[in-house]
Design a protein around this ligand. Structure first.
Ligand SMILES: O=C(O)CCC(=O)C(=O)O
Ligand SMILES: [Fe+2]
Length: 180
């Protein structure tokens, strides 16, 4: 998972004209976190979500889901179900990559819905900076016509505020926006 995350961040860096290890260097050694989520059947799925709308706070998330399905991503204002595919790994771009790329790449808002009949399992591997790492837009991507969109943040502070305020859409990322 770590190698895959490194390669994907490498491709993202290269696509923006940065050296391939740019984002990896900005993030530093990954703090790898694994969450296994179990969603029991819910008698009234229309009344509750399995997981509320959020974007992941680190750099990149790699997710494996079983064949039940329930992960949805927000695309053009609509919720789109990520169809389970056997052997597939879902790549979820997370907030720090949005900051480093100065908004060229956008972290995905997603949620998990429940269903009435089958329990669901997902395994997410988060690739995050260490808590002491400072994250800011890549200087190579910032100039007079493309000013920095986000202020620098110590990743640990971002995590604290995420847990204090809770994830509500992308409000934690929006709090880093510099006023133009
Ligand atoms: O269970 C899922 O499909 C989503 C899990 C997730 O988004 C998370 O743990 O951050
Ligand atoms: Fe997530």
């Amino acid at each position: 998972m770590k190698l895959l995350a490194e390669r994907l961040l490498g491709f993202i860096s290269e696509s923006l004209g940065l050296k391939s290890n740019y984002i990896q260097d900005a993030v530093g050694e990954f703090y790898q976190n694994i969450t296994i989520s179990y969603y029991p059947p819910c008698p009234q799925p229309e009344l509750t979500l399995g997981l509320q709308t959020h974007s992941d706070m680190g750099a990149l998330t790699l997710l494996i889901q079983d064949d039940v399905g329930g992960l949805q991503v927000l695309k053009d204002g609509e919720w789109v179900t990520v169809q389970p595919l056997s052997d597939a790994i879902v790549v979820i771009l997370a907030d720090q990559t949005q900051v480093i790329t100065n908004g060229e790449y956008i972290s995905a808002q997603h949620r998990a819905i429940t269903n009435a009949s089958r329990a669901r399992l997902s395994v997410a591997t988060f690739h995050d900076p260490a808590k002491t790492v400072k994250i800011s837009p890549a200087s190579e991507l910032v100039n007079d016509s493309s000013p920095p969109l986000y202020r620098e943040v110590v990743y640990g502070d971002y995590v604290s505020s995420w847990y204090t305020k809770g994830p509500e859409g992308k409000r934690n990322l929006d709090a880093l926006l510099l006023k133009s």
